[in-house]
Ligand binder design. Structure first.
Ligand SMILES: [Fe+2]
Length: 342
């Protein structure tokens, strides 16, 4: 038990070191009830070891599972708690064990200058997907390239061939698992980049292969599913029973905006597994995947806030930015995007 506690403290201290937590800073650790109290205790101790002031912002309320808190995306008890909000906004860094991320409160805290790190996965996952400066470097390089590109095209061996055209209207996004600058947000354990095409400027078809993943349904496809994409929207979904199930699941939201093509990008984390573990950061962050997505684009500065959000990581794809091949059958090619030894 003592060894496990020590291991957690050391891992969390290493994470806060990457976040450049230092003397004179205040680190607020946000949690609710008894949920993730072991994490809270270890983060508070780690912050103190680095010379920072550690603030335990533990809200009253029912302890809930991570899955339940994720379902409540965008809603959290901070909305009715101005005292806690004031503490968080005054902090230099907020460790979010509550899942206040993806809400108006997250934006308010970050606008006040606090950097914010979401941590809600199990310890084994955090350990396996601990970030490194190298992960940050290749993720930042990926963001720079994606930000500059006018087109992204990707294919796979079962018939995908689709092109996204960008015009700079949307804000690209990257996650590499730590936050060292004021106001920045990230999620430990993540490694990915994504951007959205110009409105109406995605055309072609995406054929997900068997074994590709459907989040948040937490499924591996058993047979291929084809999406016909015209002017930025899915106009047909073809395949067997799984295609039919998926279409009915999407139609259940009774929102035609569910069919809009959302972000596109790739995973950068060499520690990620092709699995359905946890809340699904493994598949999303899987090194060299292409992460295809349907539904909302508010995270990128768009107005589509449909509740139907599909993240669809695909393996073994090839991809081109402005005609330069950057991924070949799931392998990242350019030196700045590739991990050493991969
Ligand atoms: Fe998404």
């Amino acid at each position: 038990m003592a060894a496990a506690k020590k291991e957690m403290l050391e891992l969390f201290r290493r994470e806060l070191e990457l976040c450049k937590v230092r003397k004179g800073e205040t680190v607020a650790v946000l949690s609710v009830g008894d949920s993730l109290r072991d994490y809270a205790t270890a983060f508070l101790a780690a912050a103190r070891q680095l010379g920072a002031t550690a603030l335990d912002v533990n809200l009253e309320g029912k302890s809930t599972s991570v899955g339940d808190r994720m379902k409540e995306f965008g809603r959290n008890p901070l909305a009715d708690n101005p005292k806690a909000m004031a503490k968080l906004k005054n902090a230099d860094m907020v460790v979010d064990l509550l899942v206040a991320s993806f809400s108006a409160q997250e934006l308010e805290i970050r606008a006040a200058g606090a950097r914010m790190l979401l941590v809600c996965e199990d310890f084994e996952t955090l350990k396996r997907l601990s970030p490194t400066p190298a992960l940050r470097d290749r993720t930042e390089a990926a963001l720079r390239r994606l930000h500059k590109a006018k087109t992204f095209r990707f294919t796979n061996l079962v018939g995908t061939d689709v092109t996204y055209e960008f015009d700079g209207k949307y804000r690209p996004l990257m996650e590499y698992g730590y936050v060292a600058e004021p106001g920045r947000w990230d999620h430990w354990p993540a490694g990915l980049v994504a951007n959205c095409a110009r409105d109406g400027a995605v055309n072609g078809r995406v054929v997900m292969n068997e074994g590709d993943i459907v989040y948040p349904r937490m499924e591996f496809l058993a047979t291929p599913v084809e999406f016909v994409i015209e002017r930025g929207a899915v106009t047909r979904i073809k395949g067997g029973k799984e295609a039919d199930d998926l279409r009915r699941w999407m139609d259940g939201y009774k929102d035609p905006r569910a069919y809009a093509v959302s972000h596109i990008g790739w995973g950068t984390h060499t520690g990620a597994e092709w699995s359905l573990k946890g809340i699904g950061m493994d598949g999303r962050s899987y090194y060299g995947n292409v992460l295809f997505s349907l539904g909302p684009n508010v995270e990128f500065g768009g107005t589509n806030d449909t509740a139907c959000h599909l993240d669809l990581p695909m393996r073994g794809c090839s991809a081109w930015l402005d005609g330069e091949r950057i991924i070949a059958n799931g392998r990242l090619l350019p030196d700045d995007l590739r991990a050493v030894g991969f």
